[in-house]
Design a protein around this ligand. Structure first.
Ligand code: MN3
Length: 240
């Protein structure tokens, strides 16, 4: 059993053990090649926050993290389970009325669950810099780390309404790519695996940053755990 598996099993058995930052999800990444966001029955599971709520101060305040994780992410998990349940019921009954609506809602809420789960693991009070294969691919695709960062920040700041800036890996093209996502599921590209996601919904910053989304996005780069991004890339390229 390696360290990550040990930590994961300790979490499952211990319950009250402190959650080790960066490992709550990373263990699952090793086991599954991707985050495990469902239980054995396929129901969506709200994984523990991989750091204390105040850990990202002053860039991200504890109250925002609390509300964001508990209610915005948590309610998305509940809603995703609700609509998935309604679709299961419809299948059992063989009556498909309203399943178009349920499917649309499930896509929205499950996408929120996926992106928020990745978002929390991307952040750390001990930020790192991109190195190795991740840095090589960034430089190959975007020219330099600074250029990629500039473009990702620009795209994130300029999302129309609520949404996300995303650095992803596209296995069909074997390339990194940047996306500007609206809501949680629009303007994506089939197959892209999100590696680094920047939440620019107003709930992510409004308590502290008010209307200054640009300041929030710039500040967020002081919290990026590029080791987590690199680990995600390592798993994603296996899909190629
Ligand atoms: Mn959010």
């Amino acid at each position: 059993m390696n360290r990550k598996e040990f930590l994961r099993n300790s979490l499952l058995l211990g319950g009250t053990l402190a959650i080790s930052e960066q490992h709550a999800f990373a263990g699952n990444l090793v086991v599954n090649g991707i985050d495990r966001l469902t239980d054995a029955q396929g129901n969506f599971v709200h994984q523990p926050l991989p750091f204390a709520e105040a850990a990202l101060e002053p860039h991200m305040d504890a109250e925002t993290v609390h509300l964001h994780y508990t209610f915005h992410h948590g309610n998305a998990v509940k809603a995703a389970n609700k609509y998935q349940g309604l679709i299961r019921e419809a299948l059992e009954k063989g009556v498909y009325d309203n399943t178009d609506f349920y499917t649309k809602k499930l896509t929205l809420q499950s996408s929120s669950h996926i992106l928020h789960s990745i978002f929390w693991t991307n952040l750390s009070a001990q930020p790192t810099e991109p190195t190795g294969e991740l840095l090589r691919r960034i430089e190959q695709k975007f020219g330099s780390y600074d250029k990629m960062k500039g473009l990702l920040a620009y795209l994130s700041k300029n999302v129309d309404g609520n949404g996300w800036g995303i650095l992803g890996y596209q296995p069909y093209f074997d390339q990194l790519t940047l996306l500007q996502c609206e809501d949680h599921e629009k303007l994506t590209q089939w197959g892209v695996v999100p590696l680094l996601v920047i939440d620019v919904w107003e709930h992510a910053y409004y308590l502290k940053w008010r209307n200054k989304r640009d300041g929030f996005v710039d500040s967020l780069f002081a919290l990026i755990n590029w080791d987590n991004v690199a680990e995600r890339l390592e798993q994603a390229v296996k899909l190629q």
